[in-house]
Design a protein around this ligand. Structure first.
Ligand SMILES: NC(=O)c1ccc[n+]([C@@H]2O[C@H](COP(=O)([O-])OP(=O)(O)OC[C@H]3O[C@@H](n4cnc5c(N)ncnc54)[C@H](O)[C@@H]3O)[C@@H](O)[C@H]2O)c1
Length: 297
């Protein structure tokens, strides 16, 4: 949203603040650059605000992969039903462009790494991943039926100074409680791709500017990966805790639905001309540093 404001776009944000933090956009609301509507997509009353919208960035979701196994039907409603409500509101308001934030988890445990968008065996292994794949299908259907343009972005792990969940955030909070020992879920060898928020936003806006089809689907991530034990070491280092001992819960994954190895092919994005260079290691270090120092955790 910062990037849209910087480009001089007129932005309206609709969010129920269930996990969102109003402080992230308070400056823009104060300056008049952003109109903020506090509303739940599952209730009525926000749809009228779509009337003059040129493009919808549908980001709202329950993003907690691990917790999605605890209450699957609720996650389905928050993700799939909310998305269909957005699509219906767009149809009624005459909006014709939607950008959607999907996820690497739609591929499940892919045996082709780096995983391209055309990977044929879409077999999500988490409730969260299943809901996002269902959302993708409904977006494609609406876009083709009603002559819209849609962009679906399958994100690797996206991290930054405003992260409010995920492995870095989790480690920082655990180390704040006990600076001598850190519990690591799994055996620490889970290896995935991480990408910074600025690189991700740059990729989204670049791709939207360079494609124009009813349904464009693109992976976004960095071209390398990093294991969980290395992330733990970076976080401990950034917190000035060189002597932390790591304890592993064991097993090849952190939780049911966790994917031990994830690296997305970003060849398709590169072929459009996207040139931003970002590594997992660099993204993790920058996010950890920012969360520890700037946000004062
Ligand atoms: N962070 C990642 O690594 C990652 C990876 C893949 C995909 N994604 C996707 O990117 C998007 C943003 O993720 P995030 O990590 O920033 O999570 P987040 O929890 O910070 O953002 C979700 C936002 O949606 C809002 N929201 C949720 N349900 C709502 C509802 N019913 N009505 C109105 N607002 C609602 C929340 O208040 C919050 O501001 C999500 O769609 C997520 O699935 C994130």
């Amino acid at each position: 949203m910062d990037a849209l404001v910087e480009r001089g776009e007129s932005v309206t944000v609709i969010d129920n603040l269930s996990t969102g933090d109003i402080r992230n956009i308070a400056g823009h609301i104060g300056s008049g650059a952003v109109r903020f509507i506090k509303h739940d997509l599952l209730l009525d009353g926000w749809q009228e605000h779509l009337r003059d919208a040129g493009r919808i960035y549908h980001i709202a979701a329950d993003p907690d992969v691990r917790a999605s196994a605890l209450h699957p039907e609720e996650v389905y409603i928050r993700n799939v039903h909310a998305t269909v409500r957005v699509l219906e509101a767009m149809r009624m308001a005459g909006c014709t462009e939607i950008v959607f934030t999907s996820t690497s988890t739609v591929y499940g445990e892919a045996d082709l790494i780096p995983t391209p968008e055309e990977y044929p065996r879409m077999e999500p292994i988490s409730i969260y991943g299943g809901t996002k794949l269902a959302c993708e299908a409904m977006i494609s259907a609406y876009a083709h039926t009603f002559g819209w343009k849609s962009w679906v972005f399958r994100f690797a792990n996206i991290i930054g100074e405003r992260s409010n969940h995920g492995v870095i955030w989790d480690f920082i909070h655990k180390l704040r409680q006990n600076s001598r020992e850190l519990e690591i879920l799994g055996d620490g060898t889970q290896t995935k791709s991480y990408c910074s928020v600025p690189a991700c936003v740059d990729a989204v806006l670049f791709a939207v500017a360079h494609t124009s089809a009813p349904f464009t689907c693109l992976n976004i991530g960095s071209e390398d990966w990093i294991d969980v034990t290395t992330i733990a070491s970076i976080v401990a280092d950034e917190m000035g805790l060189p002597d932390v001992s790591f304890h592993y819960t064991g097993g090849d994954r952190g939780w049911v639905g966790d994917i031990p190895r994830m690296l997305l092919s970003i060849e398709k994005l590169r072929s459009l001309g996207w040139r931003y260079e970002v590594t997992s290691q660099q993204s993790v270090r920058e996010a950890a540093r920012a969360l520890v120092l700037e946000r004062g955790f």
